[in-house]
Design a protein around this ligand. Structure first.
Ligand SMILES: Cc1cc2nc3c(=O)[nH]c(=O)nc-3n(C[C@H](O)[C@H](O)[C@H](O)COP(=O)(O)OP(=O)(O)OC[C@H]3O[C@@H](n4cnc5c(N)ncnc54)[C@H](O)[C@@H]3O)c2cc1C
Length: 222
């Protein structure tokens, strides 16, 4: 299915939010947390990449993604070179990184653009207590800050590893903050999304705590 770029916005240096529409398609139906599988002919080869959907379905034919430019990458530079009206193929909307039922209190952990699926997931009210731990290097790379701060019922903990002098929030990596949020509890679900190193270490920490693997829900970007 052909997806047409209708607008885009830079959220931070090298991080862009894209809104596509599927001309002639009906309302898109998917679960928040799922990803779009996009494909294009680049350098004579068909290249396919996954991008988490950045917004929950809203009854129209549009979808949003948000990604960082990997300068020596293949597909992200291609997407960053698109202008309004340009197109890319949507192969499908897939993935199992979605809210697990029955609902348990949940700790969501993200680094970098790993925050993207949570934006969609948190646009739908949840009947569970939620802690969102979100780490980046610098405060200016924290995406959707105002939106997350405005969410009621979500304990939002942004953290940065290289704080500017005016940063008043948490500092350091997400893992110690996860352990603090967990305390002695094992009756929670932990969601982790981002690059492999963080996701694997969160999984290992939860397992060490004795959590069942079904309570550890992960999405790796690399
Ligand atoms: C399920 C899923 C969902 C994803 N959702 C997103 C998303 O919402 N936003 C997003 O930015 N990316 C996301 N990705 C990563 C995305 O699919 C691409 O891998 C990324 O855009 C790099 O593609 P590329 O062709 O430009 O680089 P490639 O040539 O494929 O890779 C170059 C290098 O970049 C590394 N890399 C991959 N992803 C990232 C990243 N996000 N940041 C830094 N380095 C990276 C790879 O490990 C590799 O070493 C997702 C991946 C998966 C599997």
């Amino acid at each position: 299915m052909t997806a047409k770029l209708i607008r885009f916005k830079d959220l931070a240096p090298g991080i862009r939010h894209f809104v596509f529409e599927l001309p002639g398609a009906g309302a898109l139906d998917f679960q928040p947390g799922q990803f779009a599988s996009l494909t294009a002919q680049i350098g004579g080869r068909e290249i396919t990449r996954a991008y988490s959907l950045a917004a929950a379905p809203r009854g129209d034919n549009q979808f949003e993604i948000c990604l960082n430019l990997v300068p020596d990458g293949v597909f992200s530079p291609y997407l960053f070179a698109l202008g309004a009206g340009d197109t890319v193929e949507l192969k499908g909307i897939l993935g199992t990184f979605v809210w697990r039922e029955p609902a348990m209190d949940s700790i969501l952990v993200a680094t970098g653009t790993g925050i993207v699926p949570y934006r969609a997931m948190l646009q739908v009210p949840q009947n569970r207590r939620i802690t969102l731990i979100y780490g980046t290097r610098n405060a200016h790379n924290l995406l959707f800050l105002d939106e997350f701060r405005a969410l009621s019922g979500v304990h939002f903990i942004p953290t940065v590893t290289r704080p500017d002098p005016d940063w008043a929030g948490a500092t350091g990596r997400v893992q110690p903050l996860l352990l603090e949020a967990l305390g002695e509890r094992t009756d929670v679900q932990v969601y982790a999304c981002g690059l492999r190193e963080m996701v694997d270490s969160v999984r290992a920490l939860c397992k060490e705590r004795g959590m069942d693997r079904r309570q550890i829900i992960t999405e790796k970007f690399d």
